[in-house]
Design a protein around this ligand. Sequence first.
Ligand code: CDT
Length: 317
Amino acid sequence: MSRVITIGAAQLGPIARDESRSEVVERLVGLLDQAARAGCDVVAFPEMALTTFFPRWFTPEVDGHDHYFEKSMPNPEVRPLFDEARRLGVGFSLGYAELTPDGHRYNTTILVERDGRIVGKYRKVHIPGHDEDEPWRPFQHLERRYFEESSEGFHVWRAFDGLVGLATCNDRRWPETYREMGLQGVELILIGYNTPMFYAPDPGQNALQGFHNHLVMQAGAYQNGTWVVGVAKGGIEEGVESLAQSAIIAPSGQIVAQAVTTGDELITARADLDWCDHYKTTLFNFDRYRRLDQYKRITTQRGVILPEAREPGPEPA
Ligand code: CDT
């Protein structure tokens, strides 16, 4: 049986502060319709795809942005997206801010199959930014104020005739993210992101945002023999410019499709999931070549511990 599927990445342009869920869902449905016409089996939408990226604003109370959170999924405003997906037979991943019944806030992404069922839910593990007001910044990145770090880890689900995993924005910069899923045999990782072009702690990195974005995802794809989709909410949102450059990356690490605009744009690629085995059974045959006993620091040590300083001694003979 062929395991060639068509993947879409539905990049979004900005979502305004006062744009309603229904207006946004209409945009998502439009992209889903486009994806169906392009023959897509699955479409990735960005991180926090239902609202503006609200962690750029400080509120004195942590619940100050709760109106941007979803209390259930699918809720009545998002229902049309699920209905359209089922009608078209196109699955999707969707990022949103989740407020649980017991009051936890997560930066969440779900995976929805072609019949409209939620088959996977991932809560962001690596939460970047800060948790207190830092008015010296031109805008803030208060994800650590409004979201908890998930301790549920990285999952891989059997979906779309393959093995599919999810990650969210900052997760893509960490090699552990891909390897956790690589060790579950992942064949397709869907990643949504909101990446401001301006990085206040070190503006020297601004010009490299696009390079770093592709660098990490291409490396993650190649080193784990998996397809990777990175999909942006790009453009200038409420005065803050965010990276676009959504991309679909093959297990070779090569970019096979890339967005050319900074707005709503669908890109697609035909992806042979069996192609992953070219890498999983050769250079990255984990079972054969990995050296567990040599990697102990990775799960036992969080920060850097420098080697002890030594007095300069004689050169080794
Ligand atoms: N949304 C998200 O995780 N954005 C981060 C910005 C880091 S700067 C605080 C990213 O890694 O792209």
